[in-house]
Design a protein around this ligand. Sequence first.
Ligand code: PEP
Ligand code: MN
Length: 274
Amino acid sequence: MGDKGYRLVSREFQEAYRDGRTRVVRVGEVEIGEGRPVIVAGPCAVESREQTLEIAEAVKEAGADMLRGGAFKPRTSPYSFQGLGEKGLEILAEARELTGLPVVSEVLDPRLVGLVGQYVDMLQIGSRSMQNFPLLVEVGRYGKPVLLKRGMAATLREWLCAAEYIAKEGNLDIVLCERGVRTSVSGLYDRFTLDLDVIAPLKKETFLPILVDPSHSTGRAEMVPYAARAGIGAGAHGLLIEVIGENADPDTVFSDGKQGIRPSVLRELIREIR
Ligand code: PEP
Ligand code: MN
């Protein structure tokens, strides 16, 4: 095993990737890892059919490759909106039908992997769940591609050990996502601190593709385009971006309203990146 605690996800161990190649993870027709950066976009939470279908069509129109929205939300307070649950998954499935975009959504509970998995093309493990080991085992066994967000205080090793739990069950279709970590300055002018320094060492250590999430890291819509461009500059294989309706009031969005960019901003950002 070596003393790192992971090997299936390490370049060193996997001969096929020793030459520096990235594993291509396929989600529907979308290929994450080689070629042009992949843009995953959508609302933080599925709030209603109208809101989700409007945003889904708008992100498709803006050039996004995949749709993301939360039906089960990990909220700090138990009194905050927790998501629409299965109803939200049905709406996401309808949005996929409408746009043709593959869908990714978070699963929070190991008992619900099968339920969420029926509706989505990729399962998201959120930052707060990165070390929920039974959940990692379940998504590993389920077999659909997994988006593994970095824990907000996780080291590179802890993150790759979490990926190893999934890989150990026979699933190597894992995409990593840097979403900001907590530092002594986070919260002063941003929400977390986007750790772009992790990308180069991560690419050396693993062949798994890496996304950058400029939304949860900065927590502010006006900072998102800068962080997004920086993420691509730092070597990310794509971006995960939260979007609000073109005319939505950020204060009335159920979750993460302040960090959602509008579809018109997304379109311009994608144009620049491509
Ligand atoms: C999210 O993706 O909506 C989310 C809650 O992100 P994170 O797990 O990175 O906080
Ligand atoms: Mn969010």
